[in-house]
Design a protein around this ligand. Structure first.
Ligand SMILES: [Zn+2]
Length: 172
């Protein structure tokens, strides 16, 4: 049976609710060796599983979810890295696996470019909506990123950008 297609954009409906998870922060991907420097620390065995990392000369990064609403109730959720002040990593780490995780607030800068907008290094705030998920990006002082977080977007704009992004370290 053929997959159901969207009446708005004609794509398969199962392409509309997606999770796109960046393996590494873009500044780490863009280092010449494209690998973690000596002295790096990650919360788990691999970058893909990790929720926090610290990389010499690049800083401290924490995972967050960045939901983008598409018209008609669909949603693409990006699993991004947020660069935080390295001095705050310890308190994030201390709260992460404890009940106080619910009250965790992150203020930092987006460490991945979000297709099609980009927005790498834009300021962003994240908070916990569900203690089984990483924090959610919910607002930004950058007007475009704030719109990305609160507006509804055309299917074609977002889904085309995902198809075209051959960036390493970005998968589902
Ligand atoms: Zn569609």
């Amino acid at each position: 049976m053929p997959a159901e297609t969207c009446s708005i954009c004609d794509r398969a409906l199962d392409l509309h609710n997606r999770h796109v998870r960046f393996t590494l922060p873009d500044p780490v991907v863009d280092t010449p060796a494209n690998e973690l420097a000596a002295g790096s620390w990650m919360s788990h065995a691999s970058a893909r599983e990790s929720v926090m990392m610290q990389v010499p000369n690049l800083g401290a990064f924490v995972r967050a979810l960045l939901p983008v609403a598409l018209q008609d109730g669909y949603r693409v959720t990006f699993g991004v890295w947020v660069g935080i002040h390295p001095a705050e990593l310890r308190s994030v780490f201390d709260a992460w696996w404890r009940p106080e995780y619910r009250d965790l607030r992150l203020t930092g800068r987006l460490a991945n470019a979000i297709p099609p907008w980009g927005l790498l290094a834009s300021p962003v705030d994240a908070e916990v909506h569900d203690d089984q998920h990483t924090p959610y990006c919910h607002r930004s002082d950058d007007p475009l990123l704030d719109r990305v977080l609160h507006d509804e977007w055309p299917h074609t704009l977002v889904l085309d950008a995902l198809t075209g992004s051959g960036r390493p370290g970005c998968g589902e």
